[in-house]
Design a protein around this ligand. Structure first.
Ligand code: PEP
Ligand code: MG
Length: 372
């Protein structure tokens, strides 16, 4: 297997033999980062930071969002920032010298909050026991106010950072200070900051301003130079369609086909399969599961996104980090669409390296031509 993968990399990465496409991994902890490297990834294409906010940290986000007292809010943000700095020190150390794209918090806010239904049950029980539940009722009202009928289309992605800039500031400072510290130790961390769920160039411009301001502040504090590219996910159809404008504010694009498929096809990424996908596959309305293999219509959105991206910023780097990024059939399409890299689960990196080499051979007229 190792010989085959070495051969695949020789084909895939040899610029004399045609365009080069990179293979990165989606990882958000040091163990997965190590596995990505062991499997031959050339960097992290997506570090989903929301996976770092579990347990006590989830509670700290709730404290920050719901507290009326500014001191409580500030304390929560400080603790979260320290924890995140620790996360990034480990991630960047594990991937020293390789790019690590860190995505700012993305999921709907209520995912970080206590479930009001649980609290409701608790209140009913305590009320029956004659306890004073007025504080819990006030908390319930606050939690209820964050419930949304369509959370995946609601207060999520860059909208979160626009409504609560403190969360972005906390994460950017943690990324920048971990980078500065490792640079001082003689290491070569290469973080990039990615802004999720952008639909409008104005959103990206506003968040980017906050990101750059805070990178600059940390660079001054540590007395180092920090060169941290800033880019965006392209995962809303509007972003793909208006990518020329969006690219003016981005150093890189990463296509998120999970959301792009959800919004492009109007299929819920969480519910669709059980509800009607078997029928759609049986009737050949969909030839394959569009969340797993790039759909023709979504491919057109990616094409528009890549072309507009290059028109808006000739130096833009374009990758994909949705589920389809690790699918061999989709990788062939991504090669043809001109993407610079695909990013997938660490376990799929070897198969992606192989598929990317095969795609290149095909695009260059077959095995004999490539071999010359
Ligand atoms: C995507 O939407 O394709 C993506 C990679 O982001 P997430 O799955 O975290 O929404
Ligand atoms: Mg997404």
């Amino acid at each position: 297997l190792q010989t085959i993968l070495d051969w695949a990399d020789e084909v895939r990465l040899n610029a004399d033999r045609g365009r080069v496409i990179g293979v990165r991994a989606n990882a958000d902890n040091p163990a997965d980062a190590q596995l990505s490297k062991d499997n031959g990834a050339s960097g992290i294409g997506l570090c989903r930071t929301e996976h770092m906010f579990l347990g006590e940290r989830k509670q700290l986000i709730q404290n920050f969002i719901l507290a009326d007292d500014d001191a409580v809010k500030a304390d929560a943000v400080e603790k979260l920032g320290a924890a995140q700095k620790g996360d990034f020190l480990e991630m960047f150390k594990a991937m020293d010298g390789m790019p690590v794209i860190v995505r700012l918090l993305d999921p709907p806010l209520h995912e970080f909050l206590e479930d009001p239904r649980d609290l409701d049950v608790e209140i009913a029980k305590e009320e029956a026991e004659g306890k004073d539940v007025s504080e819990k009722k006030a908390l319930l009202a606050k939690l209820d106010s964050f419930q949304e009928a369509n959370p995946m289309l609601g207060l999520r992605g860059c909208r979160l950072g626009l409504v609560y800039p403190e969360l972005n500031v906390m994460q950017v400072k943690a990324i920048a200070s971990a980078t500065a510290e490792l640079q001082k130790q003689g290491l070569n961390p290469k973080p990039e900051i990615m802004i999720p769920l952008v639909a409008f160039e104005e959103e990206l411009a506003l968040v980017r301003e906050v990101v750059e301001e805070n990178i600059k502040a940390v660079a001054e504090e540590y007395g180092v130079e920090l060169d941290i590219p800033v880019g965006t996910m392209i995962e809303i159809p509007r972003a793909a369609i208006t990518s020329e404008d969006i690219a003016k504010h981005a150093d890189f694009f990463s296509f998120g086909t999970n959301d792009l498929t959800q919004m492009g096809l109007g299929f819920s990424r969480d519910d669709v399969e059980a509800a009607f996908m078997p029928l759609y596959l049986d009737k050949k309305i969909c030839k394959t599961n569009p969340f797993a293999t790039l759909d023709k219509g979504v491919a057109k959105l990616v094409k528009m996104g890549v072309e507009g991206g290059h028109a808006g910023n000739p130096d833009i780097v374009c990758g994909v980090c949705g589920e389809t990024g690790g699918d061999p059939e989709s990788i062939h399409m991504y090669y043809d669409l001109g993407l610079d890299y695909v990013s997938c689960s660490p376990y799929r990196v070897p198969i992606a390296r192989l598929a990317a080499a095969q795609a290149k051979i095909e695009a260059n007229g077959g095995a004999e031509k490539v071999a010359k």
